[in-house]
Design a protein around this ligand. Sequence first.
Ligand code: BDR
Ligand code: CA
Length: 298
Amino acid sequence: MNPVVIDTDPGLDDAVAILFALASGRFDILGITTVAGNLGIDVTTRNAGRLLALLGRPDIPVAAGATAPLDRPGIDEAAIHGDDGLGGTRLPEPRQRALPDAVTWLEETLVAHPAGGVDILALGPLTNIAALIRRSPEAARRIGRIIAMGGAVTERGNVGPRSEFNFAYDPEAAEIVFAFGLDLTIVPLDVTRKVRADAAYLERLRAGPIAARAAGDLIAAYFQDGRQSRPLHDPCVMLYAVAPELFGIDKLAIGIDLADDPGALEEVGSGAPLKVALAIDAEAAKDLLATGLLNEPA
Ligand code: BDR
Ligand code: CA
């Protein structure tokens, strides 16, 4: 697999995904770029640094990205993720200073690697990637693959009737990324809602080493609203990257609704079809996630 950049707005499920990437030993992580989404940019950037500090990886750079969607105000998700974005989970403070400009860092990183040699794992709104496309399309063309959590195809949305948070937060950005013609795979609610953590899963993690324990605490924070199980959206991007055979992919010609239900996916008559994950072996996916989190890095 290519080295990866994780573009993210941590956020509880983002944090579990990042811990999996760090603990499993299956990713060459070039850096983490942060974006406003679940919380504001200062919080999401701090959280990326806190997760790296927990696992002793301050060598992985963090670059702070977009502070707001391209063309509209953001949506407040603090009710789900807590004011600190991580449900009050105890983590160390960052041991590194974040770089100031994610788009410049992405541009430089893509140019420093062979064309097609860096993949992007996108766990939040696509604002940073769209800003890169606008500012430096030739650098953006060097991206290998983008795997992005977002959207809902046959499922109801979680913001509007058919719109999902990441694309609803910045629909204009999603549209720019969709239209640019990169190797893009969408991981929508249709599969992420099937990968659910329940109390037994949480206890399995909490009995493990540091990354697994932290993931257990993060998932426990998700349960504070009294629900018995919660979907693990963003980890599905990581799982698709390492085990695509667990997913069923359809090719759909889709665009983004910018008007009635902003961010909703809609069929389009023209344009290259995108790869969309519509099926998943959820039990195998959950097991792979736990196995990676429970791994003790050498
Ligand atoms: C997505 O929105 C955020 O709340 C989660 O982190 C995930 O990326 C799910 O719709
Ligand atoms: Ca996210």
